[in-house]
Design a protein around this ligand. Structure first.
Ligand SMILES: Nc1ncnc2c1ncn2[C@@H]1O[C@H](COP(=O)(O)OP(=O)(O)OP(=O)(O)O)[C@@H](O)[C@H]1O
Ligand SMILES: [Mg+2]
Length: 263
């Protein structure tokens, strides 16, 4: 992979808690517009990886680079400004505001760094908010208070809020947790479609293997802090080591069923 096409480069990422090696020498890369799934059993180190990528947690060693720029050790806010978005953080935070106002707040927050002297920002934000809401299929909900939204609609709003920052990379740690299976597939389909259109790289983790296999371009597999496999959905699904890990954990995922494994 050429340096030019690499959006995110992770090298030797390591984090221990006392005697627990939460993440050990993890390296991978991600291109713009690519949908990469990070999977692994409970406690594999997925969230620890995410938190080191978005600045919430400092690695013991290793490097994270975004478009060639070192982001290791930067604060979450600085990393956000460089174009790394996290979805699904606003649940219930702005419940009394309307759907449109939530997106406008995000746009103002993003705009402040770009056009801090631009006095017409609120009008721009209003129409831009409407455009983002249309994009995620929430145009008809713009004037509703957020507190009234169904869970799945809130998730789509959260995607619009993340997009307001014009991210280059979206980090999504279990974005569909708590959603019904059909809604999960739909939310990831929407996310993947928008990401490909806008050339946004997406790193996501997800326990629902249907969602992973349907939407990921590539999958990396963590087990006990170490990457044990990387490849296309078909390659990962048929990888004996991956199957052993999931079956060993008693997690009879679709992957196992589809390969004909029996409990
Ligand atoms: N702050 C912490 N202090 C001590 N141990 C931690 C801390 N955070 C994570 N760990 C440990 O590190 C390991 C990896 O945890 P992590 O949350 O990254 O796993 P995960 O893959 O996200 O799991 P899940 O699928 O359950 O979300 C686990 O053994 C966990 O107990
Ligand atoms: Mg986790």
């Amino acid at each position: 992979m050429s340096v030019a096409s690499t959006l995110l480069a992770v090298e030797g990422l390591t984090k221990s808690y006392g005697g627990i090696h939460a993440v050990r020498g993890v390296s991978f890369s991600l291109r713009s517009g690519e949908i990469l799934a990070l999977i692994g059993p409970n406690g594999a180190g997925k969230s620890t990886c995410f938190d080191m990528l978005n600045g919430q947690n400092r690695p013991d060693s290793g490097h994270v680079r975004l478009l060639g720029e070192e982001t290791t050790g930067k604060k979450p806010r600085e990393i956000w400004r460089l174009g790394v978005g996290r979805t699904f953080q606003i649940t219930a935070t702005f419940a009394t505001m309307t759907v449109r106002e939530n997106v406008q707040v995000a746009l103002v927050s993003h705009g402040r760094q770009l056009f801090n002297l631009w006095s017409s920002a609120p009008n721009y934000d209003r129409s831009e908010a409407g455009r983002l809401l249309e994009l995620v299929g929430m145009g008809g909900y713009a004037d509703r208070p957020c507190g009234e939204l169904a869970y799945g609609d809130l998730k789509r709003l959260e995607l619009a809020v993340a997009l307001a920052n014009q991210p280059k990379l979206l980090l999504m740690d279990e974005p569909t947790a708590g959603m019904a299976p059909r809604e999960r597939v739909e939310l990831m389909r929407l996310t993947a479609q928008i990401a490909r259109e806008k050339s946004i790289g997406v790193l996501f983790t997800e326990h629902d293997m249907d969602v992973v296999f349907e939407h990921a371009d590539r999958i990396i597999v963590l087990n006990r802090g170490t990457l044990i496999a990387e490849g296309s959905p078909a390659e990962v699904r048929s990888n004996p080591q991956v199957q052993a890990v999931y079956l060993g954990e008693g997690l009879l995922y679709e992957a196992g069923h589809r390969e004909g494994a029996s409990a």
